[in-house]
Design a protein around this ligand. Structure first.
Ligand SMILES: CC(=O)[C@@H](O)[C@H](O)COP(=O)(O)O
Ligand SMILES: NCC(=O)COP(=O)(O)O
Length: 238
């Protein structure tokens, strides 16, 4: 079974556009769970342009499915995660000014840093995942950091899906196989949507979890949040 974790960053983006508390991030997380989501993902960034650090504290008290906090492990981020103690932390090497995540870790170059940070989280019982491109050497490098899982950065797959899906998925299937050989759990995310999700799932039999935000929230404008979550779950489970 592949779990669906709904990334609610975009709910916070909408709230922040006006100030106030509409839409309510905490209520949306609870509703996502009620509608079938098996996890909630947030990606607080240093400028708090969408999810704020306070949101993360508020969500911890109420999320009953898997809580996944993503982000660049700056000292502030590490402090937040160690204090909130989510089920999973996903380390993403995004620059503070990046519009969105745009690359995986160089797990070879940053091995010592990752080993150190991952050990801190694991010592507090938090499962770790690191965001990587579908490159075999980077997956093997991830295994040497001590992480529990990797999250494959699926932007390239999503981008090429409509032109040549077999070629687009090939490096991901290979990376998934290497992850399994190395004993790493497998997550995936970024730009996944109702078109490209099912094929990815079919080609990556060991896929434990996907985190999806942007497309899912856009789809919810048309189909409603409950229907949309059910549509995504159907792609994963049919
Ligand atoms: C790691 C990843 O791919 C997502 O967390 C993505 O960064 C979502 O963040 P935004 O919603 O800010 O684009
Ligand atoms: N880890 C990926 C994620 O949380 C959501 O990415 P996206 O669906 O907003 O591109």
């Amino acid at each position: 079974m592949t779990k669906l974790s709904v990334n609610i960053n975009k709910i916070a983006t909408l709230r922040n556009a006006r100030g106030g508390n509409r839409p309510n991030v905490v209520q949306t997380a609870l509703d996502c769970e009620r509608f079938g989501a098996q996890g909630i993902t947030v990606h607080p960034r240093p400028d708090e342009r969408h999810i704020r650090f306070q949101d993360v504290y508020d969500l911890k008290g109420v999320v009953t499915t898997e809580f996944n906090i993503e982000g660049n492990p700056t000292p502030d981020f590490i402090k937040l995660v160690l204090s909130v103690k989510p089920e999973q932390v996903t380390l993403v090497p995004d620059a503070p000014d990046a519009i969105t995540s745009n690359a995986g870790w160089d797990t070879i170059k940053h091995k010592d840093f990752l080993v150190d940070v991952i050990a801190k989280f694991k010592a507090h019982g938090i499962r770790t995942s690191i965001f990587v491109d579908p490159i075999n050497a980077q997956v093997e490098g991830a295994a040497h950091t001590g992480t529990d899982r990797i999250e494959l950065y699926t932007e390239a797959y999503a981008h090429h899906y409509h032109t040549h899906r077999e070629a687009a998925v090939q490096p991901y299937a290979e990376a998934a196989r290497v992850a399994q050989q190395c004993g790493l759990g497998l997550n995936a995310g970024h730009d996944l949507d109702l078109d490209n999700l099912k094929y990815l799932k079919e080609q990556l039999p060991n896929l434990a979890e996907v985190s999806i935000g942007h497309a899912l929230i856009c789809d919810a404008l048309y189909y409603g949040l409950e229907n949309t979550i059910q549509l995504y779950l159907r792609q994963l489970n049919s």
